[in-house]
Design a protein around this ligand. Structure first.
Ligand code: NCD
Ligand code: ZN
Ligand code: ZN
Ligand code: ZN
Length: 437
């Protein structure tokens, strides 16, 4: 058989080890992993200059926006930004406009995404009531997401009892419930336009700790499967660690900003650095880092949350994350602050397993050819003006980083190579767990 492309002169992450090897791709599949000289003949060869090839990275927490929020980001710009950041599989959040809260809105998302995706995308939905979980899953969403401190469409999941009832549904359907864990009773709601210092004070450590405690207790009682989004505090992580030891089925994720930035950046970046949960002090950042290192934080996720600059001046929370994640996490690896195998695990196999993403996370013969080629030798400063996202700002702007994405393959084709989007055809697909009608 003739392959379509051979990736040669590579270091391939294969079954937890780095192999000096090449990869042959035919159509959208990996057909060989082995010494360059042993690869089958191919139409083309791509010499990656000794760089590392990993399974295509997965991001289980991002906001692609689109629809009425297309002015912030849309499916094309968002997934272009994702592949430029090395991501090949995404889970998109439901706080869109209109919100992703009904089977109709899920189907509208599926229809609208077709033909616009540079990488694969699945998504979350938020049920208006627990008994609607089944209908949402049947219509094609991958998992369920709730915001304890806000409502997308009239629903509320802010008490242990409400979360417990929802968890009974999600666990009987075999899906994960992801939560934004902040207890609304403990966060200040003084509207927009806050300084980052005041915003952070209104989103105290206690609010996260208490919300995680409630969600864990509900999970224990319901025998549910819980995923805690963007953990940011020592206290929150500690609760999760204890729950894991008690046998509760819980995982959690951390973002690049909670792993690498303290609130010291408020002075330089002002409201641009506002995010929920907020940036914290060194004590918390160290706890998050340590927990990523030892695996207590299971998954790394970007929480890519684009807004316009004008909205950021009014302190809308969130900022783009796809294009800084690899540089930031792999710089931490190069500085000895995170182990390489743990970072790979947290961006590939762990999210794939937790969210049943069968096409993702592994390089092997017969697998989908989703690949991320990373350069661990270059040094560069993060430059927000070069982002493919519509949101061209970052609290990481100007940071000196020691790693970057060299190429991204989606379904057998390089879509991003050496700084450019090189595939005009959008090969990404909508992924879904259940049958959609
Ligand atoms: C997110 C957004 O803008 O949608 N903002 C944020 O600060 N993280 C919402 C969220 O993830 O909570
Ligand atoms: Zn959130
Ligand atoms: Zn988010
Ligand atoms: Zn389908």
């Amino acid at each position: 058989m003739e392959a379509s492309v051979n990736i040669t002169n590579a270091k391939v992450w294969h079954r937890g080890e780095i192999l000096e090897a090449g990869i042959s791709i035919a159509d959208d599949r990996i057909v060989e992993v082995g010494k360059d000289s042993s690869l089958p003949r191919a139409e083309r060869e791509l010499d990656v200059g000794g760089r590392l090839v990993f399974p295509g990275l997965i991001d289980v927490h991002c906001h692609l926006r689109d629809f009425e929020l297309s002015y912030k980001e849309d499916f094309s710009s968002g997934t272009a930004s994702a592949v430029a950041g090395g991501f090949t599989t995404l889970l998109d959040m439901p706080n869109t406009k209109p919100p992703t809260t009904t089977p109709e809105s899920v189907r509208a998302k599926i229809r609208s995404m077709r033909g616009k995706l540079f990488c694969d995308v699945g998504f979350y939905a938020t049920p208006k009531a627990p008994e609607q979980v089944g209908g949402l899953l049947d219509s094609g969403c991958m998992a369920i997401k709730i915001y304890m401190a806000r409502s997308l469409d009239g629903e509320t999941y802010s008490t242990e009892e409400e979360i417990y009832k929802l968890l009974r549904e999600t666990s009987s359907q075999g899906v994960v419930l992801s939560v934004h864990a902040e207890d609304p009773k403990m966060i200040g709601m003084l509207g927009e336009n806050l300084s980052p210092y005041l915003h952070a004070r209104f989103h105290p450590i206690k609010a996260e700790e208490r919300a995680i405690e409630m969600a864990l207790s509900a999970t224990k009682r319901a025998h549910g499967r819980l995923h805690v989004c963007h953990v940011s505090t020592l206290e929150g992580v500690s609760k999760i660690i204890r729950a894991k030891r008690d046998g509760i089925d819980v995982t959690c994720e951390a973002t690049p900003h909670h792993a690498a930035l303290t609130k010291d950046v408020f002075g330089r970046f002002g409201k641009m650095a506002v995010v929920e949960p907020p940036l914290r002090s060194k004590r918390h950042v160290e706890a998050v880092l340590k927990s990523i290192s030892n695996g207590d934080v299971d998954i790394l996720a970007t929480d890519h949350a684009p807004h316009t600059l004008e909205e950021k001046e009014r302190a809308y929370p969130g900022f783009p994350g796809f294009e800084i994640a690899v540089p930031v996490f792999f710089t931490l690896v190069r500085e000895g602050l995170l182990p390489l195998d743990r970072v790979i695990d947290a961006l590939t196999i762990r999210p794939a397993r937790r969210f049943s993403l069968y096409n993702a996370g592994i390089i092997d013969v017969g697998r989908m050819a989703n690949l991320t080629v990373i350069d661990l030798k270059r040094e560069k400063r993060i430059d927000q003006n070069r982002f493919f996202s519509k949101a061209k700002y970052s609290p990481f702007n100007g940071m000196l980083v020691k790693a970057g994405v060299y190429a991204t393959f989606v379904r057998g084709r390089e879509v991003f190579l050496d700084g450019e989007i090189v595939s005009p055809t959008k090969l990404g697909k909508v992924i879904h767990g259940h049958i959609h009608r």
